[in-house]
Design a protein around this ligand. Sequence first.
Ligand code: ADP
Ligand code: MG
Length: 293
Amino acid sequence: ATPTALLVGTGRGAQLGILIKGPEVLESTRRIDTVVLDKTGTVTSGQMSLARVVAAEGEDATEVLRLAGAVEDASEHPIAKAIAAGARAQAGALPEVADFANLEGLGVQGVVDGRAMLVGRAALLAEWSVELPAELADAKAAAESEGATAVAVAWDGRARAVLVVSDTVKPTSAEAVAQLRGLGLTPILLTGDNEAAARAVAAKVGIDEVIAEVLPADKVDVVSRLQGEGRVVAMVGDGVNDAAALVRADLGLAMGTGTDVAIEAGDLTLVRGDLRAAADAIRLSRRTLGTIK
Ligand code: ADP
Ligand code: MG
């Protein structure tokens, strides 16, 4: 869905690939001092791929991947799509899943070939008292220190493998962060992903402040908390899980490459999904205000 779009700065916004919902949006840009950036799909491409499978002692990596892929095939999450595609490539056709459930911000569950599967964060497995054996805990730590996401697979009360899913930082993100800083804004990286992966991505783009392991429903509370500290907050996001935070923020910027829900929630849409347009938007609207006055 496209918001009823009005173009800023007499067509300049359109040239820059920025759609704005209404002129009242511009006013907030004057006071913004903090910009909260969602990680996956905003700072990174969100084009995830399966990098490797580390199986626990005695497990067959291809078989674990086939079963995990079958559960993830029922999910729309970018991590799930990467795992399902990787599973098809390595194991062929995927079996059916029964009793599927998506556990937002944690992973998925379902029954495949009679096995009750859990696929997701270590925290999801922990809810069922399933711990990672040393070799899988090591694989998880190694993956996270390089900025990748470690997805654990378990059934029958035992962890079977860690699937390493990697994303790439968009080539324009570091420059965009530098431009946002140049406008006097403090960037903060916000994600549901783990702290180590978030730190690795933050370091690549020049962000010092990271708020990680935030459940989807809690992103909006992070924005409120920052506002409670007296900050005026712009939020940039792409996902369904960012929508409430985009609405709460003083200025919500949605990635045009993201979900319709995020685009509806944002005050501005960055049509091309290039984070540099966030800096362009703030600069342009401040300039437009300057000329209106
Ligand atoms: P982000 O805030 O980075 O957009 P999400 O809130 O959607 O991420 O997810 C947070 C974390 O939950 C992911 O990094 C991943 O570890 C885990 N997760 C979510 N959905 C899935 C899934 N379908 N399969 C495996 N892990 C998942
Ligand atoms: Mg996202």
